[in-house]
Design a protein around this ligand. Structure first.
Ligand SMILES: Nc1nc2c(ncn2[C@@H]2O[C@H](COP(=O)(O)OP(=O)(O)OP(=O)(O)O)[C@@H](O)[C@H]2O)c(=O)[nH]1
Ligand SMILES: [Mg+2]
Length: 239
């Protein structure tokens, strides 16, 4: 991926990902991207795996206790600013550990920014069903996502098609605004980022491939209740 060379660092939050982390795949892209794996207090072998295999092409930040994806991503983004690689890169992003969005998509996102939206401050992967794309997602999750997007549009006036895709990159100038403060929402911090970045130029990039990878920890019924509570809290704080 020549186009991504030295341009991007991706924070990869990892919570009990020992069975899903495909380090070889990350290494395959290591010519172009620096990875910062954040081990979020995993109780499985994630820590050992990262220590042994994520060497040379990546860095590891280990959090002592589990703090959730939002905080793990935030800590990663803030830590990145203290790393020498920060001087070189143009974009910092986060990417789900299971590679549900394949790393090839990053190249497309960068080309999209360079060619069509050079002014973009952030580019968000978006799982849009269209001819030519292969988006393998359960109908239930698609439906839940449509309902939440409708809610976000109605309550907050944000126009995203897909706020939750775990593949997002940001220019360095917006990192402080997006990540300096702890998030008040646990699962919809992506929406909180959008609310924080009001006034910045945010664009969605339709990914060509996305696959539901087994072992998701997010979409359980009790989480949907927490998400609904977060929707209200965000409305109170930001609208
Ligand atoms: N840091 C942290 N990361 C988590 C936690 N739960 C999930 N993650 C990370 O969040 C990312 C997405 O988690 P998944 O379990 O794949 O979520 P999912 O339900 O499949 O979500 P989609 O892939 O967007 O449909 C992964 O990188 C996980 O390791 C958690 O408690 N803490
Ligand atoms: Mg996933």
């Amino acid at each position: 991926m020549a186009d991504a060379s030295k341009r991007v660092c991706l924070v990869v939050p990892c919570y009990n990902e020992a069975d899903r982390l495909n380090i070889g795949e990350y290494r395959r892209f290591s010519g172009g991207i620096h990875f910062l794996f954040v081990n979020d207090g995993s109780s499985d072998a994630t820590g050992e795996l990262l220590e042994k295999e994520a060497t040379g092409f990546a860095s590891v930040l280990s959090l002592e206790k589990n703090s959730g994806k939002a905080e793990a991503v935030r800590m990663g983004m803030m830590h990145l600013k203290t790393m020498p690689v920060f001087e070189e890169i143009e974009f910092a992003g986060f990417w789900d550990a299971d590679l549900a969005t394949p790393l090839e998509e990053l190249d497309g996102m960068l080309k999209f920014t360079d060619g069509i939206c050079p002014a973009a401050d952030a580019v968000f992967g978006s799982r849009i069903y269209r001819l030519g794309s292969v988006i393998q997602r359960s109908r239930t999750r698609h439906l839940i996502s449509r309902i939440f997007c409708f809610l976000f549009r109605t309550l907050y006036g944000i126009e995203t098609y897909d706020s939750q895709c775990g593949a997002k990159i940001f220019r360095k100038n917006v990192l402080e605004k997006a990540f300096a403060e702890p998030f008040i929402s646990r699962w919809i911090f992506d929406v909180e980022i959008i609310l924080r970045l009001k006034g910045s130029i945010l664009v969605e990039y339709p990914v060509s491939r996305w696959a539901d990878i087994k072992g998701s920890k997010v979409m359980k019924l009790n989480n949907i209740i927490v998400i609904s509570r977060d929707v209200f809290r965000l409305w109170k704080k930001y609208v």
